[in-house]
Design a protein around this ligand. Structure first.
Ligand code: ADE
Ligand code: ZN
Length: 334
């Protein structure tokens, strides 16, 4: 590791902008919920689940991730899932989070939209009140499904607009470009929602352009393949478009062969607003601290870079200016 220690990185005030709540389902909670809901799991025990987490690409992971989500049935299950994530945030001094959830993963199994959003929102409210962690929730559309299904999901969300700040786009990227969802994103923006989209994770730099130009995103999730397009890199730097980069995810899903090859610090040096995030921590071997530690070990992350990465997350967050000032003060006081 570079001069930065794990304990310094753990205590550093941090902000997470790219986290799938379903991806924070640890095998222990998966088993507990399976038992509570009398659901048969295709794994003998927790160790067997962890042993299955070897992925060669995004789709490999998604297949097992959607299967894991089957244990989530009742409002309390969604509460427990979210609460477990917030508890981890508290341990790692993550002071503000903007998590994603995938309603279609649940509504397509017959779970009511209300069950999902009420469980998550109740935990986020408790997170603010009991742990002091502020949050903004983002609802993602699954891009492997038709745009029509995303419109249906947006309609279900309309009575709950007070609980979400924006919409996002996730799931299988290749072959499902952002522009497939232009109309539903326009409708979401007309409803006052902000927008983000996964782009340039496995998909080409062109998808980053269309996320920006067609979906009018306020942040790009991942975006690491932007480095293949010099014009795009210039545009990202000039506009300070935030990229929510997920280092451990990228190596687990073989976007980069090895952490030493990761381009996050090169992008930072080029003036791009890159941020560090955990994506699906239960599946990829770590939460926020572990992602920072990986950069310290393999890319010799130094203190000024670590601070700049957190500052970028504050800049890219969707919360109000007052909360941003509070977070900047926490960071500067550290
Ligand atoms: N859903 C959960 N994690 C994802 C990722 N890394 N890319 C696309 N969809 C996802
Ligand atoms: Zn993601």
């Amino acid at each position: 590791m570079s001069a930065l220690t794990e304990s310094w990185l753990n205590a550093l005030p941090k902000v997470e902008l790219h986290l799938h709540l379903e991806g924070s389902l640890e095998p222990e909670l998966m088993f507990a919920l399976a038992q509570r809901n009398q659901i048969e799991l295709p794994f003998k025990d927790v160790e067997a689940v962890r042993a299955a987490y070897e992925f060669s690409n995004l789709q490999d992971f998604l297949d097992i991730y959607y299967q894991g989500a089957n244990v989530l049935i009742h409002e309390q299950d969604f509460y427990d899932l979210t609460w477990a994530y917030l508890t981890k945030c508290k341990e790692q001094n993550v002071v503000h989070v903007e998590p994603f959830f995938d309603p279609q993963t649940h509504t397509d199994r017959g779970i009511a939209f209300e069950t999902v959003i009420n469980g998550i929102s109740r935990a986020l409210k408790d997170g603010q009140e009991k742990l002091g962690i502020s949050s903004e929730l983002i609802m993602c559309f699954l891009r492997h499904l038709p745009e029509e299904a995303a419109f249906d999901t947006l309609a279900m969300a309309e009575p709950h607009l007070d609980k979400i700040i924006g919409v996002g786009l996730d799931s299988s990227e290749q072959g499902h470009p952002p522009e497939k969802f232009s109309r539903v994103f326009a409708k979401a923006r007309a409803l006052g929602l902000l927008t983000v989209a996964h782009a340039g994770e496995e998909g080409p730099a062109d998808y980053v352009w269309t996320a920006i130009n067609d979906l009018k995103v306020g942040r790009v999730d991942h975006g690491v393949r932007s480095s293949e397009d010099a014009e795009l890199m210039k545009h990202l730097a000039e506009t300070r478009m935030p990229l929510t980069v997920c280092p451990l995810s990228n190596t687990k899903l073989c976007v980069f062969d090895d952490m030493s090859q990761h381009n996050i610090l090169d992008m930072l040096a080029q003036g791009i607003c890159v941020t560090v995030n955990s994506d699906d921590p239960a599946y990829f071997g770590g939460y926020m601290t572990e992602n920072f530690v990986a950069l310290a070990i393999d890319l010799a992350l130094d203190e000024s870079q670590a601070r700049a990465l957190v500052q970028n997350s504050i800049e890219g967050a969707f919360c109000g200016d007052q909360r941003k000032s509070e977070m900047a003060a926490l960071l500067n006081g550290y």
